[in-house]
Design a protein around this ligand. Structure first.
Ligand SMILES: Nc1nc2c(ncn2[C@@H]2O[C@H](COP(=O)(O)OP(=O)(O)OP(=O)(O)O)[C@@H](O)[C@H]2O)c(=O)[nH]1
Ligand SMILES: [Mg+2]
Length: 312
């Protein structure tokens, strides 16, 4: 029987990034057009958001805004024209746009937009080939269930990636049969944002989802691996006040230092408290985009080999 890993978790928690870690090889060029459409779409969203944030653009850059707003991003873009890449480059030098890019990356949780926008010259080069980092940072929303067979450490794994946006989750049950292990992903920086779908806090949503999934009857015989993802962002941008506001029962540490790690311990206990005593759950903190951080490790009593970040 092949080992089947089911990737579950809310939207943008990092499921597809984990899958990419398994499969990146000679398919780099296939990601190119998605990267192009991502970078143009990110700039369009930022330009449209600026008036709402009351941030202005230097009037000399108005013509570049027109170029970007006039560029279609539905579907894939095969190449970046010189006009579009120059417009993005110029806009990225505009102080107002820079402020909006920074805001967008922190609060809208599309954390990769900043990375791609400021890499525009490299992306626009004629001989551009996506790097591993580009591929891992690329955000493409998953729809349906995408199943991929990978050879890993002498084992055949079937990795099933699912869509985490609300409308996608009703399809998850179709992936349940035959699951050996569930990797449930929680984006650690979710406490800082609200859902695209409504105003609910993203971490609350993720927690409720975990509570339902971990006791789901159809996954009774599956092993559970709870992956707290986006550790890099969590540590870099940790805001203790926002965290305490989202979790009123969180006791703010009186001794300063290691705030993010203390909050992590709180989250781990909160999530594990939902698990019935007979179910064993492994938890790890990871940055799914960090290739160096991933180590191949065989978990005791598990028939699966997983990439796990071992250094927290
Ligand atoms: N900085 C950072 N970014 C991450 C990490 N994991 C994922 N991302 C980024 O977060 C975005 C969303 O990741 P995905 O893997 O597409 O999320 P998903 O769970 O598959 O999302 P859906 O398909 O909508 O359910 C991508 O731009 C990733 O590059 C991480 O550990 N650190
Ligand atoms: Mg996905």
């Amino acid at each position: 029987m092949p080992v089947k890993i089911l990737l579950l978790g809310s939207g943008q928690s990092g499921k597809s990034t984990i899958l990419k870690q398994f499969e990146i090889s000679d398919v780099r060029s296939e990601f190119k057009s998605s990267i192009f459409s991502n970078v143009v779409a990110a700039m369009r969203t930022i330009l449209k958001m600026m008036p709402e944030l009351d941030i202005g653009l230097d009037f000399r850059n108005d013509r570049y805004r027109e170029i970007i707003l006039g560029t279609e991003t539905m579907g894939e873009i095969d190449s970046l024209s010189r006009g579009v890449s120059r417009a993005i480059k110029m806009l990225c030098q505009d102080p107002g746009a820079q402020k909006a890019i920074s805001y967008f990356s922190r609060h809208e949780l599309s954390n990769s937009a900043e990375y791609f926008l400021y890499s525009i010259e490299r992306l626009a080069a004629e001989n551009y080939v996506p790097t591993t980092e580009d591929i891992l940072l690329l955000r493409v929303k998953t729809t349906g269930i995408y199943q991929k067979e990978v050879e890993f450490d002498g084992q055949t794994l079937i990795v099933c990636d699912t869509g985490g946006e609300r409308s996608e989750r009703k399809k998850w049950v179709h992936g349940f049969p035959g699951t050996t292990a569930v990797f449930f992903l929680v984006a650690l920086n979710d406490y800082q944002g609200t859902l695209e779908e409504n105003e609910e806090n993203r971490m609350d949503e993720s927690f409720a989802l975990w509570r339902d999934i971990v006791k789901h009857d159809s996954l009774k015989s599956a092993k559970f691996i709870l992956l707290f993802n986006k550790l890099d962002l969590f540590v870099r941008h940790f805001e203790v006040d926002t965290f305490s506001a989202v979790f009123p029962d969180y006791e703010t540490p009186t001794i300063p230092g290691n705030e993010a790690l203390k909050a992590l311990t709180y989250l781990r206990l909160k999530f594990l408290a939902q698990v019935h005593s007979e179910r064993e759950v492994y938890t790890y903190e990871v940055s799914a985009t960090d290739t160096d951080q991933f180590r191949c490790k065989r978990l005791p009593d598990y028939q699966v080999t997983v990439y796990i970040a071992t250094n927290v």
